[in-house]
Design a protein around this ligand. Sequence first.
Ligand SMILES: [Zn+2]
Length: 458
Amino acid sequence: MREVLEYIEQNQQRFLEELKDFIRIPSVSAQSAHDTDVQKCATWLKDHLKNLGLHAEIIETKGHPIVRAQGGNSNSQNDTPPKRLIIYGHYDVQPDDPLDQWKSPPFEPEIRDGFLYARGATDDKGQLFCHIKAVEALLRTRGKLPCEVLFLVEGEEETNGDSLADYIRQQKPELAQNLSGVVISDCSMYDENTPAITYGLRGIVAMEVQVKGPIKDVHSGTYGGVVGNPATALANIIAQCISADGRILIPGFYDDVRQLEDFERDNYAKLNFDDQNLKKELSLRGLFGERNFTTLERAWARPTFEINGIFGGYTGQGNKTIIPATANAKITMRLVADQDPKKIGKLVKDYLQAICPDYVNIQVSEPTGEKPVLIDIHDSLVQVGMEALKQGFEQDAAYIRCGGSIPVVDTFWRELQKCVLLMGFGLDTDGAHSPNERFRVQSFFKGIKTSAWLLDNV
Ligand SMILES: [Zn+2]
């Protein structure tokens, strides 16, 4: 590996310049005004991968194209075909607004205090580019890769990701051939000194609730005490869903929740999460959540119930003495293994309808959701990833989970039945989706080395 690592070190400034070129293309997938930029970015990436010697192509979809590139080890001498690794990434980015809050223009990358600032720096162009430059280093020094690499890079991650999910389903038998697993770097390290493998993601289920009272807003003096108030009814209904300390009260909600293993609790405890710091950072009077679970346990491995928005009645200036006609709430729940969003969605919908008082009507929308994911950390690819992080960052790596969802992980996992290795080179403080998004330059260089070690160890 010495010559590979030397190649990376000798070329890292050029790698950085190339990453800047990639970032300068404003591939905002959500805004149709950027459609040609998205197309241009896909072509730029395809050409770049082709120049490395990979078989690269653009796959048109009903939405934004997928860039696919494959290669590595075709001249293998023996009969057993080489192991394949799929590397996932996305070349599309979030919109750049609010523009006035950027210290440097979002699509003119600038390096300040060790960070590369630009839209897409960490999410996901910078992290994806780590793998691309590792492949270059291996190919240029050895002429072939230690395993077969297949890049699948989508342009719709920041919108819906439908096209890639369809593609994976359609191409399943072909993609799964000799597959060791899927590598994704579109997430974070634990902190700047602790690289990490994310082995768990929470799922989600979402629904909207509307409580209906009188046919129109009516006078609270004339009708108060006689006509039931939908806003009060909604508040009562919600109060029966979750206790003040975060315990979800819906019968059966916890039935399928997989309990934390002792080794997980030990691992999280060792990370020494700083509750006081979080309180300070968010100006909180106190932290919230279920008793008998630490902050990291609650954020990573326990389900939640949240009202994302609640509205109804008069919200303008001064008083308006009415009983409103309707009240609404948007509700999401984060789920953990082995909760099923369909089952939980039905459970919650039935419960809300059952506890609704008989003086109002309730309408609950059809729940939608994503499944939670929990990867077996004993899988050999995870072990190889852990070793590669140690080698690339020269620091011990941690096993962590993430409270959010990455839907493509579940798609890969379910369709291909192979380990998905979530190896983030970013930081939670990188400001993905926010103004002044950034990527630590050192993480970029170390990420390239990590990826090279990973491919070599597979
Ligand atoms: Zn991303």
